[in-house]
Design a protein around this ligand. Structure first.
Ligand code: SF4
Length: 337
């Protein structure tokens, strides 16, 4: 399945037909393969410089595995990922370090990326040095201190806070520190994995506005992995919806929120209180659990839970079709679209 083209210049990141299947093994030496968990199954999309792509779906849909493949923490079983036209898997040594400098991550829990025994200024400085890829300028202490000050100011903290430890910050401030560390290497892409979901509602808007301001200044692209649709609606230019390892709907965010097409996306949207001016919210109850990715349902993977299921749904897998400009849906209801 080809990556649906989006408007604009050449993509910064291109994900092409990526699959990730994990072998499920048994026995003392784990040599007996019982099957394969199809965590990601033929996923394609693109992200352009300065753009945010939202990746949404229930837990187990494959969005975390997809982001780990993009961060080069997992090798795909099939397919490839390209940054600026260059494949990212198989990189080693300096080339891999250079990739890590260009593609950074901010996670839901900033504690996971901050050392509690290290002053935050040093954490940011270490990120700067580790990702410097041999740039000798970062051997200069005064330059490092100056850049740490700049980064703290950029994320809305005071330069003197470099001398504080993580526990002296609030949750929102710690997330700002994690963002400063991610920005240290001037990345082209940041994977934001649920970046505001652990924050108080009042702080979320500040963090989202900060992320947008930084994007406008630095032209950095974001891959926003989130389950909160309000965050995706506010932040993302394009949205990709995944179900059981597959992309089932993909569109410019405004078009998606204006006209949801896929039954699963409709159910996702109806399950949350999304401010949706001028539209009647369709109540669709999602019945049952997400099936096992070890043995996904035949045909359309959503057919065991879909209120509109038809005989052909369990027999044939629906292709991702363009149903309106830039809006792609994988559902047999649109076979004649
Ligand atoms: Fe429902 Fe069939 Fe569409 Fe799948 S293909 S979402 S089962 S109508």
């Amino acid at each position: 399945m080809r990556a649906p083209a989006q408007d604009g210049g050449p993509p910064l990141l291109r994900v092409e037909g990526v699959r990730k299947h994990f072998a499920l093994t048994k026995g003392i030496l784990l040599t007996r393969t019982l099957g394969h968990i199809k965590a990601v199954d033929d996923v394609s999309f693109e992200i352009r410089a300065g753009e945010t792509l939202g990746l949404v779906g229930e837990s187990g849909c494959g969005k975390t595995t997809t982001s780990r493949i993009i961060l080069n923490l997992e090798e795909p079983t099939e397919g490839r990922v390209l940054l600026d036209g260059e494949p990212i898997h198989g990189l080693k040594g300096r080339a891999l370090n250079a990739y890590r400098a260009k593609v950074q991550a901010v996670f839901q829990d900033p504690w996971s990326s901050l050392n509690p025994r290290m002053k935050v200024g040093r954490t940011i400085a270490e990120s700067l040095i580790v990702n410097a890829s041999g740039d000798r300028a970062w051997g200069n202490r005064a330059r490092i201190d100056e850049r740490v000050r700049e980064l703290l100011l950029q994320v809305g903290l005071r330069p003197e806070q470099a001398q504080q430890y993580p526990h002296e910050f609030s949750g929102g401030q710690r997330q700002r520190v994690a963002l400063a560390a991610a920005l240290a290497s001037r990345p082209k892409l940041i994977v934001l994995d649920e970046p505001v979901s652990a924050l108080d509602v009042s702080i979320r808007a500040q963090m989202m506005n900060l992320l947008k301001d930084i994007q406008a200044q630095d032209d950095v692209a974001y891959l926003l992995v989130a389950h909160d649709l309000a965050t995706v609606r506010y932040m993302a230019d394009h949205t990709v919806v995944m179900y059981l390892g597959k992309i089932i709907e993909q569109a410019p965010t405004a078009a998606l929120f204006e006209d949801v097409r896929h039954p699963y996306t409709k159910a996702l949207f109806s399950a949350v209180l999304v401010a949706w001016p001028g539209r009647q919210k369709e109540e669709i109850e999602l019945k049952g659990e997400v099936p096992s990715p070890l043995n996904p349902p035949s045909g359309c993977r959503f057919h065991t839970r879909c209120p509109w299921v038809m005989p052909r749904c369990s027999q044939r897998e629906p292709a991702l079709r363009e149903v309106s400009p830039g809006h792609f849906v994988a559902c047999h209801l649109f076979d004649n679209a």
